[in-house]
Design a protein around this ligand. Sequence first.
Ligand code: G3I
Length: 305
Amino acid sequence: ATTLGAAATAKGRYFGTAVANNRLGETDYVNTLNAEFNSVTPENEMKWDAVEPSRGSFNFAAADRIVNHAKSRSMQVRGHTLVWHSQLPSWVGSLGADELRKAMTTHITEVMTHYKGQIAAWDVVNEAFQDGTSGARRNSPFQDKLGAGYIEEAFKIARSVDPAAKLCYNDYNTDGINAKSTAVYNMVKDFKARGVPIDCVGFQGHFNSNSPVTADFQQNLERFAALGVDVQLTELDIEGSGSEQAANYEKVVKGCLAVSRCTGITVWGVTDKYSWRSSGTPLLFDGNYQKKPAYTAVLDVLNGG
Ligand code: G3I
């Protein structure tokens, strides 16, 4: 196949990208998106501050535009994200426990109802664990006021609202085997043992020289898959350039393809020009929408074997 999406489809996977609503008017951006990708994740437009900036008042215009674009091109959509400590409007943090629980329930219910039947997988909870070696939960209004059980509460609500959507836990610095990924692993194992609904784990895949692609990447995906969940690369980007960057992309995509429950890969942006790493070049297309060596490496792996 000659595109990332078609090559991934031939391997039973999807190949997606984060999309920013305010770039959908740019011809090169849209042409590259439409030609190469068959799944999209709104980069910011479904986050709490975007869809419910003040309590009970929902604004889906920007996210709808992305979802409608995706539907018109038969692309899947990953929903990102329902419960996260960041991009959280300040009114949420000022609620007491009872009102916060109600607000979380309302938020999940309203957003998932609006998109019911249109989202392949939701990042129900994002980045709930601390970095470092403690394996502890991250402080957030949810953790601090509702207690550790907020995560399973969120998943149970999500299942009841849209039973057809896959429900994912998503995090970063969990791509290899380390204290943080093991803490997530233990949570997922516990959820599976107790029947808490969870279908997938998202590994963001933000790699750079401080968090490189490690040799145990594939093994980490395998241990999660063995728990009975799908695994996905949800926000892949790898700092660097040239053949070194290409080799790292190759390792990651090979690792996913080697794990049957690794169902798809999403890169965190179409072009280096609009990467969240403002001075970096971590994506597959350069600032002029030209294919980089990393693109060719990914396409070759997807077409291989
Ligand atoms: O929309 C406002 C605009 O009105 C304002 O003028 C401008 C000035 O700063 O800011 C705009 O908001 C920015 C927003 O992106 C939209 O462009 C925020 O400042 C900026 O902080 C925000 O950054 C996003 C970041 O999440 C915030 O946490 C990045 O685009 C987005 O790529 C990034 O994505 C996260 C994932 O959701 C979770 N995993 C990590 C990943 C990378 O940080």
